[in-house]
Design a binder for this molecule. Structure first.
Ligand code: SF4
Length: 280
């Protein structure tokens, strides 16, 4: 049994919130750079150059990559042999978010009620997903998620007979309807299977995978490649101003599902597809 003090969790989360918002992940940055070469439209090339330049400035001057510093989405993998001492894990995570958003001068974007909309002024509560795993480690991944791209995300409750073509049609429709509002180029996170809520969780989790990684099932990996190619043929391009780099990657996370269902969730990850993690 390993004991982790609550203070360690608070300071780690605080630091992750700041780092995630200042430093674009290397895999996203490299893909954007590659995009400048691949992009056929001169306007699209300029936009990709500007996006990279913006990320350079954020890193150098230690300021947020984007003014929208997001909903703080947290993925926790808690080893069964970890004992948390000094308080509740959820409260520690929220305290870390509170401190990180304050000390990092990150925009506070959360309102306490969807209809009455009073800002909580510290970006809490975070949206926290827990997974209990074997071992004595605690992994915390922070993924701040911008509102613009989140609003362009969709769920389709497909039926099994719609098959692979139905999945492709729905994904392309979602990207087309998102248009420039998803702050292109995007990483498309897809949750396929499970049920209504599981599919959306998987779609979000898919955004945290490294670009260049593929689904371990080669049939799903093939579908990821086919979808990326089809999306980039839509001609939407960087910021929706036309071009061939509409998406940087398509990530599918799949799960077994009911014989009558084929849930499909599509979560758009904008060009600041942020995430940072720590293992304690
Ligand atoms: S969707 Fe992403 S890039 Fe666009 S404003 Fe929000 S965080 Fe920024």
């Amino acid at each position: 049994m390993k004991t982790i003090q609550i203070e360690t969790i608070i300071s780690s989360v605080k630091e992750l919130c700041i780092r995630a918002n200042y430093d674009l992940p290397e895999d996203v940055y490299v893909k954007l750079k590659e995009g400048i070469v691949k992009e056929e439209s001169p306007v699209g090339q300029d936009i990709l150059r500007d996006i990279c330049y913006n990320a350079d400035i954020a890193k150098e001057e230690q300021v947020p990559i984007c003014q929208d510093t997001g909903t703080t989405v947290v993925f926790v993998k808690l080893g069964q042999e970890v004992h948390i001492e000094g308080g509740l894990l959820s409260e520690a995570i929220n305290e870390g978010v509170r401190q990180g958003y304050k000390e990092g001068y990150l925009r506070k974007s959360i309102v306490e009620n969807p209809l009455y909309r009073v800002n909580t002024k510290d970006n809490t509560p975070a949206v926290i997903h827990y997974e209990i795993v074997a071992g004595d480690k605690l992994e915390i991944l922070i993924a701040p998620k911008g509102g613009g791209s989140e609003n362009m995300s969709r769920v389709y409750m497909l039926t099994p007979s719609q098959g692979i073509e139905g999945v492709k049609r729905a994904v392309l429709e979602a990207v087309r309807l998102a248009g420039p509002n998803a702050c292109l180029p995007v990483v498309v996170g897809i949750g396929l299977g499970g049920n209504f809520e599981k599919s959306t969780y998987l779609a979000k989790k898919a955004l945290t995978r490294d670009i260049g990684s593929v689904n371990p099932d080669e049939r799903m990996a093939r579908l990821e490649g086919e979808l990326l190619e089809a999306i980039n043929k839509l001609g939407i391009g960087p910021q929706g101003l036309g071009g061939s780099v509409t998406a940087l990657a398509v990530h599918i996370e799949d799960y077994p599902c009911h014989i009558a269902s084929m849930p499909l969730a599509i979560n758009m990850g904008c060009h600041v597809n942020r995430h940072k993690s720590i293992t304690l």
